[in-house]
Write a protein that binds this ligand. Structure first.
Ligand code: HEM
Length: 320
């Protein structure tokens, strides 16, 4: 990792591109991203890398980006992404349409299924003296609860898990050919869920996927591509995030025996503890934007169209 105070914003004299200040894929960065971000905030708060474009580490810069969608757009990809890849005013209607899917009543209604799934998985772990928590608990837990939430069958558990793994590998390797064929494969899984619901009409099950098939926004039915995008976010986007949350919580409790004992004695504190553990060590610590016009942040000139990343805001001192 570069400790490059004042080094950022240099141009490569041959290509005119900014010189990289750091490498987000450096093993040292990957081993503790929050620590690396804290270091960058001190040494190079507006940093360029080939992998992420411009990364911002300062609170004030990040707030500026998040609050000004005219200058810093959410439209970061040429692929449709509903609603997170949209800006207002388009975003507003899609967000309003999605919100009822996450009311307390709706989320509460899947809680018993989530508890059953967790109990089942814990019971199956008891047969093993040791196990890999992520592959044997967190990932299957995430895929099963999301399928329960969406009304998808058990037969999709394993294909979706494999799909997420392949997608992650292709994305990290930036293998665009593999990513395109993996996207088509996902489309097939979703299509199979949409087609029979459309054919069943009024006899289709009363679940979230059926609601999406009938959903309107701005007075028009959602298009197939929009439904696929929403479902892709709620599976691909979230399976990794949910699994990561499980891993973070279990690791924290393993490393903090006193907190674990306290929570075993007083389970009423669990919701608060979970929120706090995930606040200290969140599963998603970076978010993408794109400069919609040329702009200066700190001393760095960022050109229209360049990729940007806003990063986690905390100092490690509050974390451990
Ligand atoms: C469990 C941990 C989760 C974390 C930490 C998380 C975090 C995030 C973050 C950082 C964003 C992007 C906000 C932005 O672009 O400014 C986001 C967007 C979103 N997430 Fe999650 N998420 C989680 C779980 C879920 C789940 C389970 C679902 C749905 C089943 C979900 C649905 C969404 C939607 C619909 C958006 C787009 C919001 C918008 O653009 O208005 N998230 N989430």
């Amino acid at each position: 990792m570069s400790s490059a105070t004042g080094r950022h914003c240099r141009q490569d004299t041959l290509s005119d591109a900014p010189c990289p200040d750091w490498d987000p894929r450096d093993p040292q960065v990957q081993s503790d991203q929050i620590l690396a971000y804290d270091h960058m905030r001190e040494t190079c708060p507006v940093a360029y890398s080939d992998y992420l474009g411009w990364s911002l580490f300062r609170h004030a810069d990040i707030l500026r980006v998040l609050n000004d969608h005219d200058t810093f757009s959410n439209v970061v990809s040429r692929h449709i992404s509903v609603p997170n890849g949209m800006d207002p005013p388009e975003h507003t209607g899609y967000r309003r349409m999605i919100e009822p899917y996450f009311t307390k009543e709706r989320v509460d209604s899947v809680e018993p299924a989530c508890r059953d799934i967790a109990r089942d998985l814990v019971a199956s772990l008891k047969e093993n003296p040791s196990c890999d928590l992520m592959t044997e608990f967190a990932e299957p837990y995430a895929v099963r609860i999301q399928c329960a939430f969406l009304g998808w069958p058990q037969s999709l558990h394993e294909p979706l898990r494999q799909w997420v793994r392949k997608n992650r590998e292709a994305t990290l390797a930036r293998d665009t050919e593999a990513m395109a064929s993996i996207a088509l494969e996902f489309d097939g899984h979703i299509r199979s869920q949409l087609d029979w619901r459309e054919e069943a009409g009024a006899a289709a099950p009363d679940d979230i996927t059926t609601s999406l098939v009938r959903q309107e926004v701005y007075g028009k039915r959602l298009e197939h591509g929009q439904i696929v995008s929403i479902l892709r976010n709620w599976t691909v986007g979230e399976l990794g995030t949910i699994a990561a949350c499980v891993g973070i919580i279990v690791r924290f409790l393993a490393e903090h025996q006193e907190v674990q004992s306290l929570l075993r004695r007083d389970r009423a504190r669990l919701p608060q503890a979970i929120d706090e553990i995930l606040r200290l060590d969140g599963p998603l610590i970076a978010n993408r934007r794109r400069a919609a016009r040329s702009v200066t942040i700190g001393e760095c000139g960022i050109s229209e169209g360049e990729r940007m990343t806003v990063t986690g805001l905390r100092q490690t001192a509050t974390r451990r």
